[in-house]
Ligand binder design. Structure first.
Ligand SMILES: [Fe+2]
Length: 272
C-alpha cells in the first residue's frame, strides 16, 4: 500500500498552498464539512469532487483520481549490481535501508531510525563490509539508531550538519559526490520537507527520505517550504526514468512511474 491516501494528499497540498478549509471549499464550490470529511479520509470523493480539488490544488487530476480509487501501486524490479534491503522502524513506519554494492561486497545503511538488527544480520550473514551511514534528514524516525550503529562499527555518518550531528559525522555541503569507504554516493540537496534534506544516489538506486514517496511527498511547514519541496521533487524526477526510488515511507517506485502517477509532480511532466 502506498504511504498517503487521497485525504493526506489534498491536506498536504492545501497546507502547502496556505489555504484554509473554507477557502478550498469556496474555490471548489464544495461544502466545508465535505472537504473536511474527504481530507480526514472518512469518505471517498466522487469523480467530480476529485477533479475540482485537483484543479484548485494544482495536482494532476488523473493521478489524484487513481489514488482516490486506490489503483496506484508501483512495480519495481530488483537490480543485481545494487541490492537494497529494508526494514520498518519507529511508530512512524519509516523505511531504513541496507544498500549493497555486490561487486565490492560493501554496504551502506540509510536512515537507521530505530532497531535495524535485521539489516545488520544480513551484513554479517553475507560477509559484507559496512562502510557508512547516510542520513536523508534529521527527523528522529530516520536517525534514532544512527549513533549506536556508527559507534559500534566505527562508521562515518554522512549528514547535513544542521540536520543531524554525531561524533562520527562527515558533513554534507551542497550537491556533490562523496566516497563512503569503497562506495560512491551522489548527494543531492533537497530542501523542502526539512531545510537541508538530502537524497542519495548509489548506482541507480535513489534514497529520497521524505522528499518523495510513491504517489506523494513529505509534509511541509510553510508555503515557501512547500514550493521548495516541489522544486526538489522535480529535480529528482529529472533524473533517468529507470532509476529506482527508495523513499523514507511506503513502497519502492521509479522515476518513470512517479512522473506519470505522482499527483504533486505529474502535472509538471504532462506539460513539458
Ligand atoms: Fe521526516
Amino acid at each position: 500500500m502506498i504511504e498517503d491516501g487521497f485525504g493526506d494528499i489534498i491536506g498536504k497540498a492545501r497546507a502547502g498552498m496556505g489555504m484554509t478549509l473554507k477557502q478550498l471549499a469556496h474555490v471548489t464550490q464544495l461544502a466545508v464539512e465535505r472537504v473536511r470529511l474527504l481530507e480526514e479520509c472518512e469518505d471517498d470523493p466522487t469523480q467530480e469532487e476529485c477533479r475540482r480539488l485537483a484543479l484548485a490544488l494544482h495536482l494532476h487530476p488523473g493521478a489524484l483520481e487513481q489514488i482516490a480509487r486506490r489503483d496506484y501501486l508501483p512495480y519495481v524490479l530488483q537490480n543485481a549490481d545494487i541490492r537494497v534491503y529494508s526494514c520498518q522502524v519507529s511508530a512512524m513506519r519509516a523505511n531504513a535501508y541496507l544498500c549493497v554494492e555486490q561487486a565490492k561486497m560493501a554496504a551502506l545503511l540509510v536512515d537507521p531510525g530505530g532497531d535495524v538488527s535485521t539489516l545488520l544480520q544480513l551484513v554479517e550473514k553475507n560477509d559484507l563490509t559496512l562502510a557508512g551511514v547516510l542520513i536523508t534528514h534529521g527527523h528522529a524516525d530516520h536517525t534514532a539508531g544512527a549513533a549506536v550503529v556508527a559507534n559500534r562499527f566505527r562508521l562515518p555518518v554522512l549528514a547535513h550538519p544542521q540536520e543531524y550531528v554525531t561524533e562520527r559525522s562527515a558533513a554534507l555541503n551542497g550537491t556533490g559526490s562523496y566516497h563512503v569507504g569503497p562506495i560512491s554516493v551522489r548527494a543531492l540537496h533537497c530542501p523542502g520537507h526539512t531545510q537541508h534534506g538530502y537524497a542519495f544516489m548509489v548506482g541507480d538506486a535513489l534514497f529520497t527520505g521524505d522528499t518523495l514517496f510513491a504517489g506523494s511527498m513529505g509534509r511541509t511547514r510553510s508555503v515557501t517550504a512547500y514550493s521548495r519541496l516541489l522544486e526538489s521533487g522535480r529535480r529528482l524526477l529529472a533524473l533517468s526514468p529507470l532509476i529506482r526510488i527508495y523513499p523514507g515511507h511506503g513502497p519502492v517506485t521509479t522515476v518513470e512511474q512517479e512522473r506519470m502517477n505522482n499527483p504533486f509532480l505529474a502535472e509538471y511532466y504532462s506539460q513539458i
